[in-house]
Design a protein around this ligand. Structure first.
Ligand SMILES: *[C@@H]1O[C@H](CO)[C@@H](O)[C@H](O)[C@H]1NC(C)=O
Ligand SMILES: *[C@@H]1O[C@H](CO)[C@@H](O)[C@H](O)[C@H]1NC(C)=O
Ligand SMILES: *[C@@H]1O[C@H](CO)[C@@H](O)[C@H](O)[C@H]1NC(C)=O
Ligand SMILES: *[C@@H]1O[C@H](CO)[C@@H](O)[C@H](O)[C@H]1NC(C)=O
Ligand SMILES: *[C@@H]1O[C@H](CO)[C@@H](O)[C@H](O)[C@H]1NC(C)=O
Ligand SMILES: *[C@@H]1O[C@H](CO)[C@@H](O)[C@H](O)[C@H]1NC(C)=O
Length: 562
């Protein structure tokens, strides 16, 4: 059985524990057998006191041998087995916040066969989940990283917070106001805690600090990575931020725009009809790069007009799905798609190769009528944080209400969770390296918001002593054509294979990534993703599925995309 040592500090008044942390006993190490997994707890308590206002409630450490974490889509794609690690769980609280935050740190076991690569890795979350725990920690430990994940205090059964994928249980306080302390944990504070605690635990366990620290995340994880670069610039030497959920206060409301457009027309096209527009746009724009592969390389150059489909008849499944019925595309449906692609006047729309089925999702009401089905993140954001009413019907928001909600979101929350501060000078001067990538067929987070951020950082950095070329020395953006949200693999584009290794090489060997190796989900397409603002160009000969048949070239029109 597993050895479990639970150090129950819960009964100790938090403040007293905090003030005593620096004097906690530190056991001498038995160097002949290597450090004990259970003993690291004492050291980490002492070291975690470097977080002002944080008290450690408990620490659990146990050795884990031959552990398997089975594949669990969509969170993890492959089984990871044969893991041997020291499993440390730290529970902490912030003074006056009444929160209970869990940080898990998995450390490859020490010993003659230790697989630790000398690095610490902070891992990010997805949607409303601040961390994915085993699903992110297992592959990291397999690669030799000491890795950490946190729940940011959003999962606390003692307070009834049970579902990490929804804010329903924690967003509102009993008096009906927004729980700003927990929103702040989710926005930025807990990733910093995780970094400090995780690095301290690793240093204690291995008797020396990690040589380098990294962060890897996509979506909410990508936003967390940028929160670190902006707010806690010395936590990590290298950061990978995929499809970052930055501009949160703006883009999450803009995700509702397709629902608003459908609601205002009282018309709810089926997935089949919407997919016909995506397919037609791809058919029209795929070949602009000289290669027919189902990928729109340059969405900025795709001028396909949805009205081209008006009057076209398509075959769509009947409501029972048993047969196809002929559907004629109407001008109203084409107009809905046009508005979704354009976006509201104050934010971006979806790229034409992105699936419309998520943000323009529909369902059938109890009365048997088609109705809007808002994406769960924008739905719950609108209900809990804007309307402050769990029963608010986001699918019934009209255009005027949309803009009011949009403004409210920006006014109240941009400073907390926008995560779009362009001043990365502290991260730059501390030597950090930032790799951001975004799929150009992202169906949930608008890639132009990420490009906009890049340009804002560029503008900011040229106002400072550093000049533009310096930006390239620490921040590189890669746009992956035909890739969906975080490379989920439902689109044909080539997904960056291992951006984390690229940033490790950048930090440790000083070799910056000029391109990212990429492959499609089915392995057929091998490409290199270009560094923005370079664009991929087919050489005109050679196997188009082979990365060597493409180059990355400058094109000034790309920068005018915004
Ligand atoms: C810590 O390690 C020492 C010697 O290595 C051992 O005597 C002691 O029992 C350990 N403490 C815990 C809590 O495991
Ligand atoms: C590890 O676990 C697998 C099954 O999960 C088992 O087949 C294997 O024998 C175990 N190895 C050791 C060294 O215990
Ligand atoms: C950490 O870096 C030192 C040199 O700074 C190196 O000797 C050591 O091998 C590295 N540790 C690991 C585990 O790679
Ligand atoms: C409906 O049409 C699609 C596309 O044309 C086809 O793949 C599918 O088999 C058809 N389904 C039925 C039930 O006829
Ligand atoms: C569309 O909405 C339905 C009903 O709420 C849901 O079951 C389905 O997962 C949604 N589809 C997508 C692609 O989000
Ligand atoms: C929202 O804010 C913008 C910019 O400040 C302003 O122009 C617009 O009138 C506002 N709209 C609403 C509905 O409040």
């Amino acid at each position: 059985m597993l050895r479990q040592i639970f150090l129950a500090f819960a009964a100790v008044p938090a403040l007293r524990l905090f003030s005593h942390a620096a004097t906690l006993p530190i056991h001498e190490r038995d160097t002949s057998t290597g450090p004990s997994c259970t003993n690291t707890t004492f050291l980490s308590v002492a070291l975690a006191s470097s977080l002002p206002g944080v008290s450690i409630i408990s620490i659990l450490a146990r050795e884990q041998k031959n552990v398997t974490v089975p594949a669990t889509p969509p969170f993890s794609a492959v089984d990871v087995s044969g893991l041997n690690f020291c499993d440390v769980e730290v529970v902490l609280t912030h003074a006056g916040m009444n929160d209970m935050v869990r940080v898990a740190v998995w450390l490859p076991l020490v010993g003659s066969d230790s697989t630790w690569n000398g690095r610490f890795l902070g891992t990010g979350g997805s949607g409303w989940a601040p961390g994915l725990f085993d699903y992110n920690l297992a592959p990291a430990v397999k690669l030799g990283y000491a890795a950490a994940s946190t729940d940011a205090g959003l999962v606390d059964p003692s307070l009834g917070y049970t579902n990490p994928l929804s804010p329903a249980s924690w967003a509102l306080t009993p008096s009906g106001g927004v729980n700003i302390p927990l929103l702040t944990n989710f926005a930025s504070r807990s990733i910093h805690d995780m970094a400090v605690v995780g690095k301290a635990v690793a240093a204690a366990y291995y008797s020396k600090p990690a040589n380098h620290s990294y962060f890897n995340g996509c979506s909410t994880g990508g936003r967390q990575g940028l929160a670190e670069a902006q707010t806690y610039p010395t936590d990590f030497n290298g950061i990978v931020a995929g499809a970052p959920a930055i501009n949160w206060a703006h883009y999450v409301v803009a995700e509702t725009w397709p629902q608003v457009v459908m609601h205002d027309k009282n018309l709810f096209p089926s997935d089949c009809e919407l997919d016909a527009f995506t397919a037609a746009a791809i058919a029209a724009c795929d070949k602009l790069d000289g290669v027919e592969d189902g990928v729109i390389t340059r969405p900025d150059q795709c001028t396909f007009d949805p009205s081209a489909l008006i009057g076209t008849s398509i075959q769509c499944p009947s409501s029972d799905g048993k047969q196809n019925i002929t559907t004629i595309i109407t001008a109203d449906v084409a107009n809905i798609v046009q508005q979704i692609w354009s976006g509201p006047y104050n934010w971006y729309g979806l790229e034409k190769s992105a699936s419309l089925d998520y943000l323009a999702n529909t369902t059938v009401s109890k009365a048997g009528k088609p109705v809007g089905a808002p994406f769960f993140v924008s739905d719950t954001w609108t209900q809990y944080f804007l309307a402050k009413n769990p029963n608010f019907d986001t699918s019934s928001v009209n255009t005027n209400e949309f803009f009011t909600l949009f403004n409210q979101s920006v006014t109240q929350y941009d400073s907390i969770i926008g995560t779009s501060n362009p001043d990365l000078s502290a991260f730059h001067s501390s030597g950090g390296k930032l790799l951001v990538w975004h799929g150009l067929a992202d169906q949930l987070i608008f890639p132009q918001g990420t490009v906009d951020y890049f340009h804002r950082v560029l503008a900011q950095s040229s106002n400072q002593p550093h000049q533009d070329t310096d930006l390239d020395s620490f921040f590189r953006l890669f746009l992956a054509p035909g890739v969906d949200h975080c490379g989920g693999g439902t689109t044909p584009g080539a997904i960056p294979v291992d951006p984390l290794s690229a940033v490790v090489k950048w930090v440790e060997q000083g070799i910056p990534p000029d391109v990212l190796d990429a492959a499609s989900a089915d392995g057929k397409l091998k490409r290199e993703v270009c560094k923005y603002p370079l664009v991929p160009v087919y050489r005109g000969q050679g196997d188009a599925n082979d990365a060597a048949s493409w180059t990355c070239e400058p094109d000034t029109t790309w920068q005018e995309w915004l």
